[in-house]
Design a protein. Structure first.
Length: 438
């Protein structure tokens, strides 16, 4: 993975930093991000697009991992930014991210979120539904502004992925349906609103996708729709957004394509379909989240208790679990891991990695081959950069881990470990609870 190596002491090293030292310095559980690998991924997307002679924007889908330092990095790599809540928008603004490259997603943006984004003059709203069309128009009018919008359409493309994370099929909570004329009505509505500037349409077909066919099909549907709208309204879309969803490798079972393959397929389909229709070539936007940060992340845990059930299984418990990585419990997601402090040791046993939460479903990895595991060993779980810190919780009032960026032998904290004080910071005791105790 990326800049991961094993050093002379047999320790896993990432970005030139010994992970055993990282554990000593920052404690565990610890999210480690290989900064160079993230930058490399960003550059792969940008370079691949640059070679297509299309105008483009690569928007990092910050939902995968939204922290201030990551937004700064995204700006440095010339990315745009996709946000889906006031919290993600606030994070981007705190990072000083260029507002004109912020795109706001979400199927139920609140009035206060719309106001905040309008106030900030963000570059584009990806409008999901009719309520939002009306509200955004109204709020923009109140602020005396014209908001750029894309309409999110549901293209009805099914992709082979986990059921919970496929969003492009007909029966989806997202977007205006293409098949039944709803999307066409949305265009007609948007065109009537003076305070909305329709840039084009958006389509996202799913996540962790390993093939290009779904993207090509989505481009075809978007192009056909664009051509229809040109006929009906004499308008052309200057922008189309093909979403994210590019798959990464978690285990040997996964076979993602190279980033360049996805980009080339999308760009190729756009060029083909739009020139076929003699349509002014639109600017193409994409929104990779997982593929930008996923395989750059590693979670480091300390091994604690073990339980052996003779003839059945050995459970090895670590000091984190579903609170820092809910994906195995939510999606039966699979991960690979090694002992970071004894990375060269031969495999001796098959164990199952348990978290420390009070529920049986809190299992991180089933049947993992490792050297004989002892209390105090460090377990490194790979490909935890996307949707891990982002989906971490305080279940069992467990504190969220720290996040460090490592690069060229240096390690920098980008998120501090939560404190016990922070655990109760929002807790209040009703005044009347105290009467009886006086
Ligand atoms: N654009 C839109 C509109 C999206 O809904 C998503 C992800 C993305 C872009 C980025 O997709 P990516 O490139 O990361 O696949 N929590 C789940 C993933 C949910 C994805 C939601 N939308 C997981 O842990 O697998």
């Amino acid at each position: 993975h990326g800049t991961s190596t094993i050093n002379d002491q047999g320790h896993l090293q990432i970005g030139g930093v010994d992970t055993v030292q990282l554990a000593e310095r920052f404690g565990t559980p610890l999210y480690i991000v290989d900064e160079q690998l993230v930058r490399q991924r960003a550059q792969q997307f940008v370079r691949a697009f640059s070679e297509t002679d299309l105008k483009f924007q690569v928007a990092y889908a910050s939902k995968a991992f939204s922290v201030v330092a990551m937004c700064v990095l995204a700006e440095q790599e010339n990315l745009s930014l996709d946000v889906v809540s006031d919290g993600e928008l606030y994070t981007a603004l705190q990072a000083g991210f260029p507002v004109e490259r912020i795109h706001f997603h979400g199927n139920n943006k609140t009035v206060s979120e719309l106001d905040m984004a309008l106030q900030a003059n963000i570059g584009c709203f990806v409008v999901d539904n009719f309520l939002e069309l009306d509200l955004l128009h109204e709020r923009a009018q109140l602020q005396g502004k014209v908001a750029n919008i894309l309409l999110r359409i549901s293209p009805g493309v099914e992709v082979h992925t986990h059921e919970y994370i496929s969003t492009g099929q007909e029966d989806s909570k997202f977007g205006f349906d293409l098949g039944n004329g709803t999307a066409a009505t949305a265009v007609a509505t948007a065109l009537q609103y003076d305070n909305l500037q329709l840039l084009g349409v958006h389509s996202h077909i799913g996540s962790q996708i390993f093939e290009v066919e779904g993207f090509k099909l989505a481009v075809e549907k978007v192009a056909t729709f664009a051509v229809n709208m040109r006929e009906q309204h004499q308008i052309t879309f200057p922008v189309i957004n093909m979403g994210g969803g590019f798959g990464i490798r978690y285990t040997a079972e996964d076979s993602p394509l190279a980033i360049e393959k996805y980009v080339t397929a999308i760009a190729g389909a756009v060029k083909e379909k739009f020139s076929e229709a003699d349509y002014p070539m639109p600017e193409v936007w994409i929104e990779p989240g997982r593929s930008m940060v996923g395989d750059a992340g590693t979670t480091l845990y300390t091994v604690g208790s073990t339980k052996t059930i003779p003839g059945i299984r050995k459970y090895v418990a670590v000091d984190g679990g579903m609170t820092d990585n809910p994906r195995p419990a939510l999606y039966q997601a699979k991960y690979e891991a090694i002992l970071a402090n004894r990375a060269n040791d031969a495999v001796e046993e098959v164990v199952s990695i348990a978290g420390k939460c009070c529920e049986s479903g809190d299992m991180l990895i089933w049947d993992l081959s490792l050297p004989e595991v002892k209390q105090g060993d460090l377990l490194a779980v790979f490909s935890t950069g996307a949707y891990n810190y982002a989906m971490a919780s305080n279940y069992n009032r467990i504190r969220r881990p720290a996040v460090v960026f490592v690069k060229d032998g240096e390690a920098d904290l980008v998120v501090a470990r939560e404190s016990l004080e922070q655990i109760v910071v929002n807790d209040l005791v009703p005044a009347r609870f105290q009467k009886t105790t006086l």
